[in-house]
Write a protein that binds this ligand. Sequence first.
Ligand SMILES: NC(=O)c1ccc[n+]([C@@H]2O[C@H](COP(=O)([O-])OP(=O)(O)OC[C@H]3O[C@@H](n4cnc5c(N)ncnc54)[C@H](OP(=O)(O)O)[C@@H]3O)[C@@H](O)[C@H]2O)c1
Length: 225
Amino acid sequence: MTRTAIIGGHGKIALLLARSLTDAGHLAVGVIRNPAHADEVRAAGAVPVVLDIETASAEELASALAAVSSDGDGAVDAVVFAAGAGGGSGAARKETVDHQGSVKSIAAARQSGIRRFVQISYIGADQADTSGDESFGAYQKAKKAADDALRASDLDWTIVRPGHLNDDAATGRVRIGDDVTSGSTSRANTAAVIAALLEGPVALGGVLNVIDGDTPIAEALASLD
Ligand SMILES: NC(=O)c1ccc[n+]([C@@H]2O[C@H](COP(=O)([O-])OP(=O)(O)OC[C@H]3O[C@@H](n4cnc5c(N)ncnc54)[C@H](OP(=O)(O)O)[C@@H]3O)[C@@H](O)[C@H]2O)c1
């Protein structure tokens, strides 16, 4: 059984991932900022932990994860960064959630001895053009900085980069590769890719551009270098 802490545990991808992990017999912990979301997180099978990654420190996040472990479920062994300030937020929250929230999560994982870290980014994060819309520019800058921080870490990381997200049902079939530069990705397929990554030491140090496609997820991951 794996034990995964999902930062931003009430997000759409996060809830789908929690359901997928717990259905497979794993433990999921949903780190949420709003206690009113706890029941929805429980309904997805996860253990809710209330902690706001904008106001909490990395040490507080590490302590919160340790507290879950000491409740008898065993130590958390993976972190998925699925939080995001969202489309309606301004530039400041892109920095405090999308960038600094990730940096704190990386630090908390390292402090806790958690090696596996999967981060949700987006296709094109390395080619960010921050000259356009201020809010989107801030998002691009924050996501690239978060990905750079994870790449610079000594964790067993994987960066998952979906295209334009949609709410279609999971097909379990995707296209993954450096040649994938645009497209649409269901949140359900994104969650399924992350769940598969957490099953084993797959794509460590990999940046995966993922869109909906024709190849079964296991096959797509197995074909990576
Ligand atoms: N939109 C796209 O087309 C697109 C494309 C590629 C990648 N992405 C990335 O994919 C990520 C996940 O997508 P999604 O649809 O699952 O996003 P989502 O539903 O907006 O989930 C993001 C979660 O982050 C949580 N959050 C925000 N601030 C927080 C804080 N201070 N502390 C703890 N949690 C906090 C939110 O909590 P609340 O529920 O309390 O607000 C929300 O539940 C996005 O954040 C984005 O970076 C998006």
